[in-house]
Design a binder for this molecule. Sequence first.
Ligand code: DOR
Length: 430
Amino acid sequence: MKNSYPQFKSIQIRNVRHWQTGDLTELLIAGGKFVPELTGQAELVLDGQGLTALPGLIDAHVHLRDPGFEYREDIITGTRAAAHGGFTAIAPMPNTNPVADTVPIIRYMIDKAATAGFCRVLPIGAATKKQEGQELSEIGLMTEAGAVAFSDDGVPIASAGMMRKAMEYAAFFDRVIISHCEDPELAKDGVCNEGIVSTEMGLKGIPSIAEDIMIDRETRIAEYLGCHVHIAHVSTAGGVECVRAAKARGVKVTAETCPHYFTLTEEAIRGFNTLAKVNPPLRTESDRLAIIAGLQDGTLDIIATDHAPHHTDEKDCEFSLANNGLIGLETCFPLVYTRLVEPGHLSLADAVSKLTANPARLLKQPKPGLEVGLAADLTLVDLEETVTYDAASSLSKARNTPFQGFELRGFPQLTIMAGNITWDSGRLTK
Ligand code: DOR
């Protein structure tokens, strides 16, 4: 399946609110870019009244399951879901089958996404071969082929020596290591956060220190080497504190969190709700508040989804056997808007920067924005209308979301990538 929306040589979007200034503005698009003027009438004229224009969102952490697990998701359905969520670029983790640790797989992902035409795919290559933590992968060759960063996400590199080598080698190619911080011994066999809820439910927990210790390790290695390291999906107050302290020491560290960590707590798993089973696990209310504080003071630079599609059968089972992860591409911006911006935790501009400029910098992408001369990547969101989220509306193959029935605002109505429409709710083009 390919993008079959009608496409236009030139587009004029009138009356739309600018995400940064809040002013009503007009956007003109031709040749895939924002332009100062058009010669003659635009082929498509849209009235953006009531909508806000954001630069195309960039997700630094997704799972597309392709190659190897296409029964959960594939590059086409994943990129369609991304466009539906307002994204124009997404970075898939390498835990595919085979693992994305060679040039052909990196090329396959980029080419399949480009042919489908819904969203750019910026692959993250495996840092070590087969994500086994034993031998470095071909970081240089994969970089040449288009890999934007390297990680053994999901299978943390246990050896500090190997992590040091990976950081040094990636830096040589101007690439960053993204670390899923979890001490394997401390986390072993855990299925949720360790605490009162795990005790009451009789489940083996993963202590917050499993994450904190590894964040401390990674930032100390990066400090020693003078390398940049990026910390994936921070979920703990201790983790936020480690990153904050490292930044204060001048360490080149960036960090992300995900909407589920500022929206939910471990309480969401009560009733053995496998839809809220994720790794790192949902934590406590004080962790959730620390995540919000970390977003506010800039300790956490990026909001990523960790979109992790799973088949119904992989969730509709005993809690300890269920797979970790939740789909997140289509609820990301609405959760950011409704849970962070509306309550006043973050300004719209700060929130959008964590979904655009900051991930673009991490992934070595051009500066996003709505300015003349830049690629016409944008999404128009409705910040007024309340929608009761229904996973049945998802364009992903998967339905594993804990956000069913949430009342949210900020759903995208139209997404454009390089001047091409990639998602259209039909509201503007009717
Ligand atoms: O919840 C998660 N799901 N955490 C991970 O680290 C991996 C991911 C997946 O691939 O499903």
